[in-house]
Design a protein around this ligand. Structure first.
Ligand code: ADP
Ligand code: MG
Length: 736
């Protein structure tokens, strides 16, 4: 076996075994003792601030108004004291630029005084303006062309609705201040600003509608998110020999293993000890940060795992998901593991997603998607369900575009993840209920036990929805919707913002339609009539069948649903004025912001694939080609010396040599073809033309070069192949 590979495997296995005996570093205290110890949220503010200052903070949060100078000063003081006590030396404005990752710029908590005799004295200092606003240089963040019309200045501003936290890394402790990031004229340069706008709009539009339903005292509606995060864990020793994985996050070559996931034995199987130790360590940090992670288990593919938190307020849940991804990566390194968040790190086994469980709750904390126990709650539930169906029906195209990325293209529609066509799955029971409302039919006995729609006595809707459809991209799961098409590495902010906006518009439409229907008629009757007409209108978005089947593609086309089978197609929706108008009308995004996002997404897509092409080309030329050449020359030598062998044996060796030569005849032209395709891409200026060319020429060239590399891997003697194989990376856990 190749020396390097062999050593990597040996090291990985000994690391696995070492962890079998190591005692975990997880605190022995109960979780509740240290939960949130590294975060500073409203609860801490209430404890530490004067009553007046705290009330003032709540008031400005509720009204979206600026904090008074006095309150801001008081907050800065308690935050500084808390942070310095915890050992933090620096603070940073923590924000989410359009790259989808986070950005931070650190400053020390010190201020230096020059005394009269020019002696320096240092004190810990943190002012309210340092808390509230910062001015990082915006010019190196992607802005999709917005910078040409505006100055390069960007500002960060504290988002007081999300808790502050202290990030511990190595020997450093830094206070992180969750922030929005915007330009000189107030244009959003980040993911959070539009998300916050969308939560405001949905609250306003939902309240208007709820008032028509009779909930007259509702003042606010909050969105909730629980984001299930999937990821792979691979030993670092392997990754160090895989430039493709450490540079692009995924393997660009590698023959699939004989043992993939066909035994379906990994899912919910026992978690390897080393991985459990990693999980416990990561969870400890997440708990300290106040992130309520709850579930951990194996996923379908070997070496694939999942972590799910308890849902939280949407804005906080997004911050926490981003922080979770960073924590997983960081803690994995401590354990000699690499956490891969890419949507498709390995061909031939499942990729990773991020199921976004989303719901809305009123200010009493009632989940509006929870079928209730009173007739009023049930009618409200059905009305809101109708609103959401209409939202997805009207904006399936932009929802599709919001989850598009180079990584997610490998997943969507690949018989393992939801199809690329957006539809809604409700489950048999709800489908029955909606059918009977639509056709004014008596409910079937089974449904009747659950819901009795004899208008005056509206029913108890069951909470137990056991039927699941894994092929649906947007499914109702009992008391929430699960947007499953989101990619594992994505910042969930963007799709959630689009979903909020779509639902806001649908609430608005619903209010406008319902209002006149309420005049001079029984309210419940009118609401049910509205539900009937609304679900009729949006009916084509509902689909309960197999989303993987080819029939569905035809059927979806017939139904007129938007179909974009890849990201390049999907991004085009952003450029279509009619499709994005609702975002502008609701003021969730401005025209300029939308255009810049469109650019940023396409550019990011182009750059990712261009990088993959270059890395693959490099590996093919500098690693794979020399190995097959060495192999060939050895074989030719051998053939020269075997004239003593029987004619039959010689014949067989000759045939074998033919096969090896065929490998070279595939590889070298594939290398030239990819080289050419890369040149074409590099010479294309326009990003949209570049994306088209990537789809048409670059991706096929990548695929065919990969294919010939994989064939070589399968034919070469084990000792002449230097790149860690899939079986080693994915399955060596089972050796300990
Ligand atoms: P399931 O059995 O459908 O997977 P779970 O209760 O395990 O349901 O929840 C899966 C995810 O959905 C968790 O992250 C959970 O916190 C989240 N979730 C549950 N209720 C809500 C809600 N009302 N809003 C948002 N997310 C929710
Ligand atoms: Mg899951």
């Amino acid at each position: 076996m190749h020396q390097q590979r062999f050593l990597a495997l040996q090291k990985a296995i000994s690391k696995n075994s070492a962890h079998l005996n190591s005692t975990s570093q997880v605190p022995s205290e109960p979780i509740s003792h240290y939960f949130g110890s590294h975060s500073f949220g409203l609860g801490n503010m209430r404890e530490k601030l004067s009553k007046e200052a705290y009330q003032d903070l709540l008031w400005s949060l509720d009204h979206g108004k600026k904090l008074s100078k006095d309150t801001a000063d008081a907050i800065a003081l308690v935050v500084k004291d808390w942070s310095v006590n915890q050992g933090a030396t620096h603070f940073c404005h923590w924000f989410q630029p359009m790259t989808g990752l986070t950005a931070e710029k650190h400053d020390a908590f010190v201020s230096i005084h020059h005394s009269h005799h020019s002696e320096l004295s240092v004190i810990e200092k943190f002012t309210s303006s340092q808390l509230i606003q910062g001015e990082p240089d915006a010019s190196s963040f992607p802005n999709g062309g917005m910078r040409s019309t505006f100055e390069a200045r960007g500002y960060t501003a504290w988002d007081p609705s999300s808790p502050l936290f202290i990030l511990e890394d190595g020997n450093t402790k830094t206070l992180c201040i969750p922030c929005v990031f915007f330009g000189y004229h107030g244009q959003a340069l980040d993911m959070k600003t539009p998300l916050l706008r969308s939560t405001e709009v949905i609250s306003q539009k939902a309240c208007e509608f709820l008032k028509l339903l009779g909930d007259i005292d509702v003042k606010r509606v909050n969105c909730t998110l629980g984001a299930e995060q999937e990821y792979f864990l691979i030993d670092k020793n392997f990754i160090s020999l895989r430039p493709d994985i450490y540079m692009t996050g995924r393997s660009l070559l590698g023959a699939t293993t004989a043992r993939g996931q066909q035994f379906e034995d990994h899912y919910f199987g026992a978690i390897p000890t080393r991985v459990k130790n990693f999980m416990a360590d990561a969870e400890k940090e997440l708990f300290q940060l106040g992130i309520p992670v709850k579930t951990r288990h194996n996923e379908v593919a070997p070496s694939q795992f999942e972590l799910a938190p308890i849902f939280e307020d949407l804005n906080i849940a997004v911050d926490h998901n981003v922080l979770t991804m960073e924590t997983l990566r960081r803690v994995a390194l401590k354990h000699g593991l690499i956490c891969l968040l890419h949507e498709k790190p390995f061909a031939g086994v499942n990729g990773s997603g991020k199921h976004c469980n989303w719901s809305i709750a009123n200010d009493k904390g009632e989940n509006l998607l929870e079928p209730g126990s009173t007739p009023h709650q049930n009618l409200r539930f059905l009305a809101i369900l109708a609103v959401i169906l209409n939202a997805v029906y009207r904006h399936a195209d932009i929802l599709r575009a919001s989850i598009a990325s180079a990584g997610n293209d490998h997943r969507l529609g690949a018989n393992e993840a939801p199809p690329a066509i957006i539809s809604v799955f409700l489950g048999g029971l709800l489908d029955d209920i909606l059918e009977s409302i639509e056709h004014k039919r008596e409910l079937k006995a089974s449904a009747k036990e659950i819901i009795d729609l004899g208008i005056s006595k509206i029913p108890d809707v069951s909470k137990d929805y056991t039927d699941r459809n894994r092929t649906s991209p947007f499914a109702f799961t009992g008391n929430k919707f699960e947007f499953r098409a989101v990619g594992s590495s994505a910042n969930p902010s963007y799709p959630m913002m689009i979903l909020n906006a779509a639902v806001s518009e649908a609430f608005d439409i619903a209010s406008k339609e319902l209002k006149p229907m309420l005049v001079n008629s029984d309210r419940d009757e009118a609401i049910l009539n509205w539900v009937r007409s609304s679900i009729q209108n949006s009916k084509t978005i509902r689909f309960a069948g197999n989303g993987y089947s080819d029939d569905w593609k035809l059927e979806a086309k017939k139904r007129g649903l938007p179909i974009a089978s890849n990201s390049v197609e999907a991004f085009k929706f952003f450029g279509d004025h009619d499709r994005v108008k609702f975002l502008l009308d609701l003021k969730v995004l401005s025209k300029e912001e939308l255009e810049s996002h469109h650019h940023i997404f396409v550019e990011k897509y182009n750059k990712s694939i261009e990088l993959e092409a270059k890395v693959l080309l490099d590996m093919a030329q500098t690693i794979v080609a020399p190995q097959i050449e060495r192999h060939l020359s050895k074989k030719i030598q051998l053939l020269g010396a075997i004239s003593q062998l029987s004619a039959r044996t010689q014949e067989l060796y000759q045939a074998d040599l033919e096969k090896d030569q065929q490998l070279v005849q595939n590889l070298l032209p594939a290398i030239s073809e990819l080289t050419l395709a890369i040149q074409t891409i590099e010479n294309t200026e326009n990003i949209f033309a570049k994306a088209e060319s990537i789809m048409k020429a670059l991706k096929p060239a990548i695929d065919s070069l990969r294919d010939s590399c994989d064939q070589i891997e399968l034919r070469l003697s084990d000792e002449s192949w230097s790149i860690p194989k899939y079986r080693e990376m994915l399955l060596s856990h089972s050796l300990t």
